[in-house]
Design a protein around this ligand. Structure first.
Ligand code: ADP
Ligand code: MG
Length: 691
């Protein structure tokens, strides 16, 4: 028998639906209450077509005057409707024959969407719509319509039905929701109970301040935002506290190897690199595990810093694990660390998910026997990998790892009495607001200086209509001995679709660029294949490398001076910054062309303009947070930043000081509430607090 709080007790939730919900982290009815709308649509009224404003979403009703399929580079269904006050064009790029028939002349259609200026006056692209039968009148909504974040197989009407049931149970008192925020948390705000805040957010009344809701500034949302930020902050503090409660190996001996390493480097470390190395050494020599984030813009030279830290651990007789989020990046580390450390007699071992069978068994054996340096992906932290004397874990591009990965990392090496030190490196510039939450309690070092002799990359923003011209520019660059990247972006689609798209572009460019050598890398290629291709590019045997965003992190080819990014408007700014950081790594002038698919909205235009104007990762990240529209989960996911349900680190930065204060009080006096908050918003609290 399902329990009262079991999701399968709800109407419409069978085992299959329960599984889909579980994949979203929803296990109990109460979890549904915290699955919050992404945005709202106002379908409580109709707007006259003549009063539509470009850029503003609205609901209209009109008569179909004409519907036709227009064929061109992209076929589309174009429907013209009018309501006596004006005329509106509806455009559909994806449509079925049946849809065309539905829009019979004279039919009445009600649609909701954002109007914008088009060739023939105002138009809506892909509005949601329904057709009304002759003489039928359909009541308007009496609440704002909540649009929920979703996943395959769960439609918006299902979310409405599920949350309706959860809210009903709450109203009937079947779900007891504890107030976990201390009373003083809401100073300066209109106090609101958790229950009324949830009711308001799921089902806002028609007179609600829609603008505030859409921007998530409404007191009901702020009430929850504080809770959510607090919960994440607490989870991090629990983790860090847990970490610090233990002893770590004291890595305080320096050795000849470090001097040999520095002497063999073809360059001098910058002042910033030297300072950060000092900070790390001081931590490593301490009694408790280091927990340090090294933060340096793309190309600032984090790898040398990591190598020096690794050497320090090795010199002291401990093992080092170097972990990267993608196979490609991990392979590059393997190569670089190998090149640098092999002359010193240190051969890195390699472990990724793709290492299986005998090879895996022998690596595991080496690790258990005390291999000094292991490089790989998150496979390094999985069960079954036992280290003999793990002293230091180095994680590159940590922003790709969430709190749950950090937890796994922390567990590793906990078998013995001593816990390993942790060094986390990231190229994603972290605005202070984000650092306070995502990295609460960590020490932060910043490499705020680029190695000498770099010329800033110039950036152009061009419409896809000028693709031909851009291809000629690639040809010219490659013919003069330079190399170029061409990045294909497809979001939302699977690896397989991305790979196909990249393959198609590679074919097209091979055709267009007759004599040039065009290579291709994407996520579906075998690791060995990808590596061979990258090495060939690095060796200058490939002129143009077509890639999906897999090359985003870390790839280093100084002779590559041109970066083309298609559909740049779809990517987060931080991700664009990362990609662009692949060029401009030598002394030669480099450039980046951001191609967009017109028409470009206002916000998208502003975002791309920032890329054109700035090469400063910090500024770009701050702007990204500022401009990212509410509910723009895409941008969030793409930049790998933390995802929140109501909070937004850009907008809610002002709450963070309060959050920190409340956290101090709770940690000292109310551990039970701490666990409740973490459980509600982040996940099983015992895992974070556990010994
Ligand atoms: P990132 O911080 O993006 O990981 P890398 O560590 O890959 O940067 O370094 C980028 C490039 O700069 C590499 O080719 C590296 O060898 C070089 N480099 C690093 N430090 C210096 C330095 N102090 N002077 C000159 N070149 C350097
Ligand atoms: Mg790097």
């Amino acid at each position: 028998m399902p329990e009262a709080d079991d999701l399968t007790a709800l109407a419409g939730v069978g085992p299959k639906m329960a599984e889909r919900l579980a994949n979203l982290g929803l296990h109990q009815v109460r979890d549904l209450l915290f699955h919050l709308p992404l945005r709202y649509e106002d379908r409580t009224r109709l707007r006259a077509i003549g009063e539509l404003l470009p850029g503003a979403p609205a609901q209209v009703e009109g008569r179909v005057d004409h519907a036709a399929i227009v064929r061109g580079r992209r076929s589309m269904l174009v429907v013209s409707i009018s309501d006596g006050t004006g005329r509106l064009t509806l455009r559909f790029f994806h449509f079925t024959a049946r849809q065309k028939q539905q829009f019979a002349t004279g039919a009445t259609v009600r649609c909701y969407g954002e109007a914008r200026g088009g060739f023939q006056g105002l138009e809506m692209v892909h509005p949601t719509y329904s057709l009304l039968r002759e003489g039928q009148s359909k009541p308007l909504a009496d609440r704002l319509t909540s649009i929920y974040p979703s996943t395959e197989g769960i439609g918006q009407s299902t979310w409405t039905r599920l949350t309706d049931q959860a809210l009903a149970q709450l109203a009937e008192g079947k779900l007891a929701l504890q107030e976990l925020l201390p009373e003083n948390a809401m100073t300066g705000q209109r106090p609101m109970s958790l229950e009324s805040a949830l009711n308001y957010i799921h089902r806002p009344p028609p007179d609600a301040d829609v603008a505030a809701l859409v921007e998530r500034r409404h007191p009901a949302q702020q009430r929850l935002a504080i809770e959510e930020l607090l919960a994440h902050h607490l989870a991090m503090r629990l983790l860090n506290r847990r970490k610090r409660a233990h002893d770590a190996p004291r890595l305080d001996q320096d050795g000849e190897l470090e001097r040999q390493f520095l002497a063999a480097l073809p360059f001098e470390p910058t002042r910033a690199q030297a300072r950060v190395c000092e900070e790390i050494r001081a931590d490593l020599a301490g009694r408790h595990p280091m927990l340090r984030l090294v933060h340096g813009d793309v190309g600032s030279g984090k790898t040398v810093v990591a190598a020096l830290a690794a050497l320090r651990a090795i010199v002291n007789g401990y093992q080092v694990a170097v972990m990267a989020p993608t196979e490609l990046l991990a392979e590059q580390h393997l190569r670089v660390f190998g090149d640098w450390l092999r002359p010193l007699g240190i051969e890195p071992a390699w472990l990724s998910g793709k290492v299986t069978g005998k090879a895996r068994a022998s690596v595991l054996e080496a690790i258990a026997a005390g291999a000094p340096l292991v490089v790989g992906t998150h496979a390094l932290m999985q069960d079954g990998v036992e280290y003999a004397r793990l002293g230091l874990v180095i994680v590159d591009e940590q922003h790709r790892f969430g709190v749950h990965q950090r937890m796994a990392l922390m567990r590793k090496g906990e078998a013995g009495a001593l816990r390993p030190h942790q060094l986390i490196m990231t190229a994603t510039p972290i605005p202070r607001t984000l650092a306070m939450t995502a990295y609460a309690g960590m020490e932060v070092s910043v490499i705020d200086e680029l190695p000498p002799g770099r010329t800033p990359v110039t950036t152009a923003v061009l419409s896809a209509e000028r693709r031909g011209e851009i291809i000629r520019r690639v040809a010219a660059a490659c013919e003069s001995g330079r190399q170029a990247y061409w990045v294909c972006t497809l979001i939302e689609e699977s690896d397989a679709v991305q790979a196909q798209a990249a393959e198609a572009v590679a074919l097209e460019l091979r055709d267009a660029l007759g004599g040039l050598r065009v290579g291709l890398v994407h996520g579906r290629k075998k690791a060995a294949d990808k590596q061979a291709r990258m090495l060939a590019f690095k060796a200058g045997e490939i002129d143009l490398l077509v890639a999906t965003t897999v090359i985003e992190v870390g790839v280093d080819v100084p002779n590559a001076t041109l970066m083309i990014i298609e559909n740049a408007e779809r990517l987060g700014l931080s991700q664009l910054h990362q990609l662009r950081g692949r060029v401009g790594r030598g002394a030669k002038q480099s450039s980046c062309v951001l191609i967009y698919d017109p028409p470009l909205g206002d916000l998208a235009r502003q975002r791309l303009d920032i890329m054109r104007e700035s090469t400063d990762g910090f500024r770009i990240a701050e702007k990204d947070l500022e401009l990212r529209g509410p509910g723009d989960v895409l941008g969030t996911r793409q930049t790998g930043m933390l995802q929140f349900r109501v909070a937004d680190l850009g907008r809610d930065a002002g709450l963070l000081n309060t959050v920190q204060e409340i956290a101090d009080g709770l940690l000292d006096n109310h551990p039970h509430q701490v666990n409740g908050l973490v459980r509600r918003w982040v996940g099983d609290a015992t895992e974070f607090a556990g010994v």
